[in-house]
Design a protein around this ligand. Structure first.
Ligand SMILES: Nc1ncnc2c1ncn2[C@@H]1O[C@H](COP(=O)(O)OP(=O)(O)OP(=O)(O)O)[C@@H](O)[C@H]1O
Length: 251
């Protein structure tokens, strides 16, 4: 369980502290996947940066698996918009990065897991290439592989598919959900796409204008359903979300 209690962040600009996000209180069960949508500048990235440990200066309480959030103790995977691959390491080394940092012994069951994930994401033949030698979609698949190889307590993604063209994006979303369903790490992702939120979010969190708070949490009945876009419920949910956006992110 990830428990967030009255979390707020303000940034210092000159002598002033400007509120950026919160207060936010939310409980996320282990193995859930949450889509976070909200207006530009409402604090979505700031929120993810707290959970990933990049921002340490916040008020409120965040606990993961009954312990105060601590990136040194918890395994937290973060896929940023630009995929976050290290340009000087090849695909294989990027994929194994978290294991190398933790000095984890790579035994046969771990090798099997790494092989399985790399095969599943179709990147095994790219293992000796460097990020500059990969397409956007390939970089994205490496970033996803790296996150799942890490086996994180919490997986965070900031608009993970936004840099991809429409077709590659759909393909990447499908691959992601396929592998997510197998390992089910607790996941929070930010998206600007209503379609992506409905396809990939078991719960959809709507945030208000800056400083962003939670306006609504939708239990998405369409998560993991086949032929999603042909479903009547899809049109209903999509219309509701579009209406919220039109009304200025209010319900
Ligand atoms: N380093 C910073 N210093 C001061 N203010 C900042 C800083 N980073 C972000 N902000 C402000 O904090 C607020 C939240 O920013 P954040 O990037 O978290 O929003 P966001 O919802 O992710 O935006 P977008 O959807 O446009 O990517 C914004 O008003 C932004 O201008």
């Amino acid at each position: 369980m990830l428990e967030i209690d009255e979390l707020s962040v303000s940034y210092r600009t000159g002598k002033k502290m400007i509120p950026a996000v919160g207060p936010i209180s939310i409980k996320i069960a282990s193995g859930d996947i949450y889509a976070l949508i909200g207006p530009s500048g409402c604090g979505k990235s700031t929120f993810l940066h707290v959970l990933s440990g990049i921002i340490k200066d916040y008020s409120g309480l965040v606990t993961l698996k009954d312990e105060g959030l601590n990136p040194q103790k918890h395994d937290i995977g973060f896929i940023p918009q630009n995929f976050g691959l290290l340009p000087w390491k090849n695909v294989q080394k990027n994929c194994l990065l978290s294991l190398t940092i933790k000095e984890q012994k790579i035994d046969s069951s771990l090798t099997e897991r790494v092989d399985y994930i790399m095969n599943k994401l179709n990147i095994k033949s790219l293992r000796d290439r460097y990020p500059s030698e990969l397409s956007g979609g390939q970089k994205q698949r490496v970033a996803i592989a790296r996150a799942f190889i890490m086996n994180p307590d919490l997986l965070l993604m900031d608009e993970p598919f936004s840099a991809l063209d429409a077709l590659t994006r759909e393909e990447a979303q499908e691959l992601f959900i396929d592998i997510w369903n197998q390992y089910r790490p607790t996941t929070i992702f930010v998206t600007h796409s209503i379609d992506e939120a409905i396809y990939m979010g078991k719960k959809i969190v709507i945030m208000s204008h800056c400083p962003g708070t939670v306006v609504e949490i939708i239990d998405n009945p369409l998560f993991n359903t086949e032929n999603l876009r042909e479903n009547k419920e899809y049109l209903k949910l999509s219309a509701h979300l579009r209406n919220v956006v039109k009304k200025g992110w209010k319900i």
